[in-house]
Design a binder for this molecule. Structure first.
Ligand code: SF4
Ligand code: SF4
Length: 167
């Protein structure tokens, strides 16, 4: 049986601001999320949530076993986990993808000067790609392509991904 927790404990990309800039909350969760120390914002239903990197993430989720654990987090499975559960990937193959993405994210953080306290996704979205060093731009395109193909995450500088621009 797939040990999702074991894979997630080696990853954390959906908690540290690499894949997402924020996570949705239900209205009934707002006060408990604040009590848990999450950086809650947005009172409007469309953007009600908490910011990433998640304040409860310290390499693992510190509120996983608490009553503060958000429903969105409990429901979320990335594409890598879904494909592994469906038998399309074995755990070794899934782990290889997760570790490759983590390494690429870390290398980009260093290259772009993005601190651990900042959302890599947000910082990439604000970049002006034409002003990047060509090597950094190549690494960025590879990273975005990996996020899109392996995690189904897009919407960040999509114009840079060649396969998005085929007619
Ligand atoms: S990105 Fe996927 S494998 Fe990584 S922590 Fe999130 S759900 Fe788990
Ligand atoms: S609450 Fe836990 S699972 Fe949800 S984003 Fe934060 S660290 Fe990740």
């Amino acid at each position: 049986m797939l040990d999702e927790q074991a894979l997630c404990l080696r990853c954390g990309l959906c908690c540290d601001g690499s894949l997402f800039a924020w996570v949705k909350l239900r209205s009934a969760e707002l006060s408990s999320a604040r009590l848990a120390g999450l950086r809650v914002y947005g009172e409007h239903p469309a953007d009600r949530g908490f910011a990433q990197p998640c304040a409860a993430f310290s390499g693992r989720c510190e509120i996983y076993f608490s009553g503060f654990y958000p429903k969105s987090c409990s429901a979320y499975r990335c594409v890598v986990l879904k494909r592994t559960a469906a038998g399309e990937l074995d755990e070794e193959g899934a782990l290889a993808i997760l570790l490759r993405a983590k390494q690429a994210a870390e290398e980009l953080r260093v290259a772009l000067g993005v601190k651990a306290s900042q959302s890599l996704r947000d910082q990439i979205a604000d970049l002006k790609p034409d002003q990047l060093d060509p090597l950094v731009k190549t690494a960025l395109v590879e990273y975005l392509t990996l996020l899109r193909n392996a995690f189904g995450v897009d919407g960040i500088q999509d114009a840079l991904i060649p396969e998005f621009n085929r007619t």
